[in-house]
Design a protein around this ligand. Sequence first.
Ligand code: URA
Length: 438
Amino acid sequence: VRPQDIITKKRDGERLSQDEINYFIRGVTDESWADYQISALIMAMFINELDLSEQSYITQAMLNSGKVMDFSDIELPIVDKHSTGGVGDKTSLIIAPLAASCGLAVPMISGRGLGHTGGTLDKLESIEGFNVNLTTVEFKQIVRECGYAMAGQTTDFVPADKKIYSLRDATATVPTIPLIVASIMSKKLAEGLDSLVLDVKTGNGAFMREFKDAERLARALVETGNSCGVKTQALITDMNQPLGKYVGNSHEVYECIKVLRNESDEQMKPMLEVSIELTCRLLIMSDVAKSTGEARKILIEKLESGKALEKFRKNVELQNGNPKICDKPEILLDKDLELFEIKADRSGYIGEIQTEEIGKAISSIGGGRTKADDRVDHAVGYAALTRLCDEVKVGEPLGILYCRNQSQNEAIGETLRTAYKIVDTEKNQLELIKKVIT
Ligand code: URA
């Protein structure tokens, strides 16, 4: 068999066998397949889809492309959270320290920005010195010492996802359920978890825009997790506007530290709310709390007492980051940025926010990547000062663009402004948490 035989088969809409999928993933891992061959097969998989058995084969093959972690020497419940990706979606940075402060262990393998969405690793790298390239031994040691660690896929841990993920990002082949399931679940199953909560985003800033697709994805993820012995639940949450206040790597870390310091403002509240809801599920699945009411009480105490912030600080120290950001989060923000207000072009109510456009715009000025090896400018970003249903007057700022120069403002300022549709009548608020899949 040659790579082109497998590509031909999928290109022509045929079903791949387990051996063929294993051969593909082996070729990705040992680099015997060229990037263009991997990309061609992924595109064929995107267009012709994978059925349930192919989805299960590719998940297993990716999971077994590297080592599987063993935390049997840690007595604590091993848990994690993963999101399907959104704009301003930074809840991992709240959930991991919060869960760790409640006595859970969180080995969080994260990703980089994908398409128009941000990635936890890129956010963390906006912290001076922060190392996301940990060996499996270092990763486990940090989980032991502070209750959580955050790192990327490595050459010994789910290497196939590392490669495929970056090629999917650069070839517009992200939004397809089987590949998302394989990507997320291969990483999560390799973490040796007891429980997993998934944040499946839906709306105009999510890969699954339609609720029914998000629900299908959530069920596929939950079924895959549970059938592999990991207690798994999913929340379907709204992504019709950026989550919380900021979009852009260092600004998002700044927002998380403000929340952990109990200094959050009104715009940050929805982000905290989603973080709490997701962490509640982890406490319940781990038998730390019996109900969401009880879990919520515990979490509020961990936030208000500063215990979650202390976990965050310890993790930053252990991953070589500068812990001073915990005392002075402002040092994360680049002083050389230029600020441009994005102003309402009429009075009325905010009826729609084209969230993907905001994500793409920030990505295009360096906040994300257009090619797999692009460098990220962690400093650029956007502050959403207004939310859906808010009443605005003509000329009032809807948000603030933080960028390098006037030409970046010329490139995306108008896109940001037209991302807001201002209407005459107030619409109903959208629910933040749309459904729980258990
Ligand atoms: N997150 C992942 O880890 N993989 C995907 O494919 C999408 C979101």
